[in-house]
Design a protein around this ligand. Structure first.
Ligand SMILES: [Fe+2]
Ligand SMILES: [Fe+2]
Length: 444
């Protein structure tokens, strides 16, 4: 019985993932529901009900607490906690269709706490499942808690994507559903908040730098792709391709990657090889990951004018996904705070990238990019010309130099300002959140 219950947690996790990723009539969704149903049905033949849940952030069944399993299924626990579910009771007589409606309820309904659960359950004929809620805590979250929560979530995502990257590096089989679910979480939690993350997360561990870069490029690419109007499925595909774009680099020695001095010619040649190396590695995963990651790994340094690398006999315009990823790649490389190089303030990144219009970057795409993220991205701490300090809240698409901001200091000037409507005021510079800006972070 114990093993069956353990397996049921795995199947439940898969069903939840499928519920988030596919529509209710999708064969994949039904496949995972059917598998979970078959197992629960078997368990319920010898007992009246099955009660599973979480106790102190660990998975539990009766008086068993599954520590090891909880480690493997962190995603399920986080999902339970976010849905404020403490336990689920499956009763004898359970039907496949009510299980399907129940998982759909958990995964599709945006704010479940605003919906009358009883009403939903009776409407959808759910009679043999009950969900016990955690008594809702009074919401007293301050700004500090929120950024702490965001940093925690970022760590969890970083951990999850690092695993997916290591799986490929170790030539192990990849769990595609799990990967896609993790990328979806990244998208839901952080898309459009790239700059806020830069305020929060400064990477001190050298071995994590490339992972952080890959995660950030992935979420920046998803944001940009969604602004360009790609469907959710395409956005996720681009996010996954972006995550693997530098996989070749990870298999090149760390020594070269982190060298502070100029690379020797032979080292530089080897560095450039990361596109081909990545292509080769990802080719082995064509079945599970598809072809887009292969294309992007191969093309992301080709450039718009086709003057990059690797050298190809008959160059053609790179795939739109490659163009998106390479733009976000450069942006993140310039913005990222690393131990061995200077990080550029946003306006300097803008200057540097605009100079490459028509060369490194597709001019139209570059223009759309900065319309979306602005010269001063959302979350940037800035100095205004009247010496007040503010944080960017919204980008004005029509005037990317003048965003909508919240003034943080001095106290008497606090409040929201649209800089397009205050012609006498403008942004003079950005405050580095790791330096002078540090004391304002709590006020954001
Ligand atoms: Fe690269
Ligand atoms: Fe890169």
């Amino acid at each position: 019985m114990l093993n069956k219950v353990k397996t049921s947690f795995f199947y439940l996790m898969n069903a939840v993932q499928a519920g988030k990723l596919y529509s209710e009539d999708h064969p994949k969704y039904n496949e995972f529901i059917q598998r979970l149903y078959a197992l629960l049905d078997e368990i319920l033949r010898s007992r009246k009900e099955l009660v599973i849940g979480i106790v102190d952030s660990e998975l539990a069944w009766e008086d068993h607490i599954f520590f090891e399993l909880s480690h493997k299924l962190r995603g399920l626990i986080i999902f339970f906690e976010e849905s404020k579910i403490q336990r689920i009771v499956f009763q004898q007589g359970l039907r496949n269709d009510e299980l399907s409606s129940f998982i759909a309820f958990l995964t599709r309904t945006k704010r479940q706490d605003q919906i009358d659960e009883k009403e939903y359950f009776s409407l959808h004929g759910i009679q043999n499942i009950r969900a016990g809620r955690i008594k809702r805590m009074i919401e007293t979250e301050g700004a500090g808690d929120r950024s702490l929560e965001m940093a925690k979530q970022y760590d969890i995502s970083l951990d999850a994507v690092s695993n997916s990257l290591n799986t490929v590096l170790n030539e192990e089989e990849i769990d595609y559903l799990d990967l896609r679910f993790n990328i979806l979480n990244v998208m839901e939690n952080f898309v459009g908040r790239h700059q806020e993350l830069l305020n929060l997360v400064s990477v001190k561990q050298k071995d994590l730098i490339t992972f952080v870069h890959l995660l950030n490029v992935s979420l920046l690419s998803m944001y940009f792709a969604s602004i360009l109007g790609f469907s959710k499925d395409d956005v996720l595909d681009i996010g996954i391709a972006a995550l693997y774009h530098d996989i070749g680099k990870l298999s090149i020695s760390q020594k070269i990657l982190q060298k502070k001095s100029k690379l020797a010619d032979s080292e530089f040649a080897r560095m450039k090889d990361h596109t081909l190396l990545g292509t080769k590695i990802l080719y082995h995963y064509k079945k599970s990951l598809g072809t887009l990651p292969i294309v992007v790994a191969f093309e992301h340094h080709l450039r718009y004018d086709l003057q990059g690398y690797p050298k190809v006999a008959y160059p053609q315009k790179p795939h739109i996904a490659s163009l998106i990823v390479s733009m976000c790649d450069v942006y993140d490389a310039l913005a990222q705070r690393r131990t061995y190089k200077k990080d550029f303030p946003p306006n300097e990144i803008y200057e540097l990238m605009i100079k490459e219009s028509g060369k490194l970057f597709d001019p139209q795409l570059l223009e759309r990019f900065f319309q979306a993220i602005g010269v001063w991205p959302v979350g940037t701490l800035i100095n205004l010309s009247d010496k007040s300090v503010a944080v960017v809240r919204e980008v004005n698409e029509g005037d990317i130099f003048n965003p909508i901001v919240d003034v943080l200091s001095p106290k008497k000037k606090k409040g929201r300002l649209d800089l397009t409507k205050n012609k006498e005021l403008n942004v003079t510079s950005a405050l580095n959140p790791l330096g002078k800006g540090k004391k304002y972070l709590d006020m954001i």
